[in-house]
Design a protein. Structure first.
Length: 451
């Protein structure tokens, strides 16, 4: 099967792009929206000393905080108004989707079409605000107890209730603005707006990561063969991720012939595509969020943290065996859980039966659902192993060579590749639509001239 990029290159040229006014407007809108987002990552929170916070952050950037900083496009390192980025919304979306499989009322809303989707989106926004308030409060408490040079230079000039309230309000406002901006990109731009915001943040930090890797070679912090191996390994890993993200199992679906009037209709065949990685990047993101909780709690409490919490957070710091084992286990768990929530074999089998389709060798209904579940379980197992391998490989390398940038992580690579493939397919769709419109116009002109 040809890739999306190959199909795009073979069917689209610069002349057809120049004629597609709608696509150019959408691309321009997307670019402007992402520029607005990037500008917001450089606006610091009121009352925070950026130099003092930067000095304190430098001692923690190689850990989970560095991973979170990657997803925010460097906003955490600068403690900007977009420091929380879109992550509370993503966490809220995952939680609500999981709850739809548990709470019958939410499951009913999910099946109610557009009205139900709007109601679920409303609940997701409420939960986003609650999570953002909680995370914003933790950040405010952490900043007030933090300082550079052993606390000699305070991060916050005037700590207190006023600073806490202003920080929480600013951070929550930043999250909700990015949610709105992402929805505008989805509606008026190209691609999924929420995914593109995270994608833009990761891409913006990659040049600095590559430069840091090369500088570590000049300073002999990393041997040259290791740097070459990391670069070649990154290229090979990207190719592997692209292959696995496009891999799918196609189940042949047949439709019986039926007589409609004096004509025989049907008899067609189609495919039911089952992706190898149906869960996408959700399992690594959610697993990272859970592992970030002990360090967040310790930072929020500050120097008064109990000893058990300090030891617990230390055991789950990046590079530790317990951290990597738990990370891999959570990825496996959330891959199966999220796939079971987003894809229901029984509903798929019922839809096939409703439209007269069947899989050869299996009775429509329950027998077909069992077969689909059988295939899906094995695909999900392979997909879970693939996700675990991609996410743990950089962690294992960084445990041996701490100079390797945190930006070369598996989760960031998965996001970049999946968002790129999705955006290319959407652009391809707009270009095909433009080609079809031009063909329809030509056919109408031809008919008009013949008359």
């Amino acid at each position: 099967m040809t890739s999306a990029a190959e199909q795009f290159a073979s069917n689209v040229n610069l002349s057809s792009f120049a004629k597609s006014e709608e696509l150019k407007k959408r691309l321009f809108f997307t670019l402007i929206a992402l520029i607005v987002y990037r500008l917001g990552t450089f606006i610091p929170l009121p009352g925070v000393n950026p130099e003092a916070f930067g000095a304190a952050f430098a001692t923690q950037k190689s850990g989970l905080l560095g991973t979170f900083n990657l997803f925010t496009g460097g906003a955490v390192e600068r403690m900007a108004i977009f420091a929380l980025n879109i992550m509370p919304y993503i966490s809220a979306s995952i939680i609500v989707q999981m709850m739809t499989a548990i709470i019958p009322s939410l499951e009913k809303l999910k099946k109610d079409g557009e009205a139900g989707r709007r109601e679920i989106n409303k609940y997701t926004r409420y939960l986003t605000v609650a999570l953002a308030i909680l995370q914003g409060f933790f950040i405010a408490q952490t900043l007030q107890g933090q300082g550079a040079q052993g606390g000699a230079i305070p991060t916050v000039a005037s700590p207190g209730l006023a600073f806490t309230i202003s920080t929480v309000v600013t951070l929550v406002g930043g999250v909700m603005f990015l949610v709105w901006l992402g929805e505008q990109i989805t509606a008026k731009g190209v691609g999924n707006g929420i995914s593109l915001i995270i994608f833009a943040g990761i891409i913006a930090e990659l040049p600095r990561a590559a430069a840091g890797l090369l500088i570590s070679g000049r300073t002999d912090a990393l041997p040259a063969p290791i740097i070459i191996a990391v670069l070649l390994g990154a290229i090979a890993l990207i190719a592997f991720v692209v292959f696995m993200e496009r891999a799918q199992r196609r189940l042949l679906v047949q439709y019986p012939r039926r007589q409609q009037g004096n004509k025989m209709m049907g008899g067609d065949t189609s495919h039911l595509p089952l992706k190898l990685n149906m869960a996408g990047v959700i399992p690594p993101i959610f697993a990272s969020s859970l592992l970030f909780l002990p360090a967040t709690a310790q930072a929020a409490i500050g120097p008064d943290s109990p000893e058990w919490l300090i030891n617990f957070a230390a055991m789950f710091s990046p590079g530790r065996p317990l951290y990597m084992a738990t990370y891999g286990g959570l990825i496996l768990f959330f891959t199966f859980l999220y796939t079971s929530i987003t894809f229901n074999p029984e509903d798929t089998a019922d839809n096939l039966k409703k439209y007269g389709g069947y899989i050869q060798g299996y009775r429509p209904g329950a027998r077909t659902a069992e077969y689909i579940d059988y295939v899906l379980t094995r695909l999900t197992f392979i997909g879970a192993i693939y996700l675990t391998f991609v996410c743990l490989l950089p962690e294992i390398l960084r445990s041996q060579y701490q100079q390797i940038p945190v930006y070369l992580g598996g989760t960031s690579l998965l996001i970049v590749v999946s968002v790129t493939l999705d955006t290319v397919q959407r652009i391809q769709g707009y270009m095909f639509a433009q080609q079809y419109e031009s063909l329809i116009k030509k056919s109408k002109l031809g008919k008009g001239r013949s008359k």
